[in-house]
Design a protein around this ligand. Structure first.
Ligand code: ATP
Ligand code: MG
Length: 403
């Protein structure tokens, strides 16, 4: 029963019904309920307007009144959206205006796929005008209504179809697939931010290879920069390790190195994502030269090393690289895990030499760190000072960096 399954959504619906409105759980939660899996979040749809919803609950948050959405805050936060349709689309990517409609059916009709276009009443009565339950039984992603029309309204739906197929291991209904194949070029109108979200959902899904195969074979991929095709079969052995940025690293390893930076910007990757990808590329490059030095194990984070070892194997045909255990053990055996652990600092170096601050400090400090990581110098002030005087002050007076 909904009362025990989704108690907060149940309370929202009950309150709305007691005030004379209709309300239902809709979308992903209904789909996941029929699939017997836990839903991510439970959304409610109602014929009450946002202002009417706000009057019924003491604590609400406005997130998109103009789209009809209010968050109702109980023990959990439930998204409540007024029955609406998406009036006219003139740019293939978003409705020009949202229109509130009177019936549940009109609301369900504007939704993307049959499996996402069902509603459930608080007594668990399923409202399914488009055969969603049957499509779930047959593992099919099918557009609601005429796919050509629906993909022309919002081209992102084509990529969402593929994303759901990758998440659920469903196949695309023939008409839906055909419409994507003939309208693929419309995806170019969709904002990169929305495209990126869907690609990343494919990468952390259970059937990545299916999704990426469809992305390429449907021709959607051809509308974007980079080579998605040549190494597409390699996604078969891809693991995201739960991190979406690893998908961008895997993609980057399939490209000409000189193009990578431009592609990451084009796909609107954040600076943190770019840094993660670049670390993985650097680690793979080291591996191609032979092996990882203690300093490599020190400089790269564990998640970078794990992804790099795995991707090098798959995309650089390396027979054996490091296992996760080897990476963890090698990292654990390092004398220090961070530069912060080095027991001397720049001030010490200046004091010992009476030399002014300058780039030399960084150089020397890096050398000290390297020696410590390599196990050739103890991380101990006395030893470091002695080493420093021997290496730089006495022996190499001539080469000692000056300001
Ligand atoms: P997830 O578990 O990934 O959140 P979801 O089905 O909840 O899956 P959302 O993107 O959160 O997916 O969207 C919620 C609902 O809104 C969908 O189930 C669908 O009914 C509708 N929807 C979302 N995006 C679109 C779209 N572009 N066109 C039509 N309907 C959409
Ligand atoms: Mg959702």
């Amino acid at each position: 029963m909904m009362k025990t399954r989704w108690p907060e959504a149940y309370k929202v619906i009950e309150t709305l019904e007691n005030a004379g409105f209709e309300a239902y759980v809709v979308g992903g939660a209904v789909r996941d309920f029929l699939r017997n899996v836990n839903a991510n979040d439970v959304d409610v749809t109602t014929n009450a307007t946002p202002n009417e919803v706000k009057q019924l609950f003491p604590h609400t948050i406005d997130v998109g009144i103009e789209h009809g959405t209010v968050l109702v805050v109980l023990k959990e936060t439930i998204e409540v959206t007024t029955f609406r349709s998406e009036a006219t689309y003139s740019d293939f990517r978003r409705p020009d205006a949202v229109t509130f409609v009177r019936t549940l059916q009109e609301d369900l009709q504007r939704r993307d796929f049959t499996m996402n276009a069902m509603a459930l009443s608080k007594t668990d009565e399923l409202i399914d005008y488009f055969g969603g339950r049957e499509d779930i039984k047959r593992n099919i992603v099918r557009a609601v209504g005429d796919p050509t029309k629906r993909f022309s309204e919002d081209a992102l739906r084509m990529l969402r179809a593929i994303r759901f197929s990758a998440q659920l291991n469903y196949s695309l209904h023939a008409d839906t697939l055909q419409a994507i194949q003939s309208l693929h070029h419309l995806i170019a109108h969709v904002s990169m931010e929305r495209v990126k979200v869907e690609l990343e959902k494919i990468w952390i899904s259970n059937y990545v290879a299916n999704g990426m195969e469809l992305f390429v074979s449907s021709q959607l991929a051809a509308n974007f920069r980079g080579d998605w095709k040549t190494y597409c079969p390699s996604w078969e052995s891809f693991s995201s390790f739960g991190k979406t940025a690893n998908g961008w690293a895997f993609f980057a390893l399939m490209q000409q190195p000189t193009e990578v930076a431009a592609y990451l910007s084009y796909y609107k990757c954040s600076n943190a994502e770019k840094a993660h990808v670049n670390h993985i590329l650097a680690a793979v490059q080291q591996l191609e030269k032979g092996y990882w030095s203690p300093y490599n194990f020190f400089q790269f984070d564990e998640d970078v090393l794990i992804a790099a070892a795995s991707f090098a194997k798959q995309l650089r045909n390396m027979e054996a690289t490091y296992t996760v255990e080897q990476i963890q053990q090698t990292k654990a055996a390092l004398p220090i895990t961070s530069v912060k652990e080095v027991v001397v600092n720049g001030n010490d170096l200046m004091e010992w030499t009476q030399k002014k601050r300058g780039p030399w400090i960084r150089e020397v400090f890096e050398k000290i760190t390297l020696e410590i990581v390599n196990g050739t110098l103890m991380n101990d002030r006395k030893w470091i000072k002695e080493w420093f005087f021997r290496e730089y002050v006495n022996e190499r007076k001539d080469t000692f960096p000056t300001n």
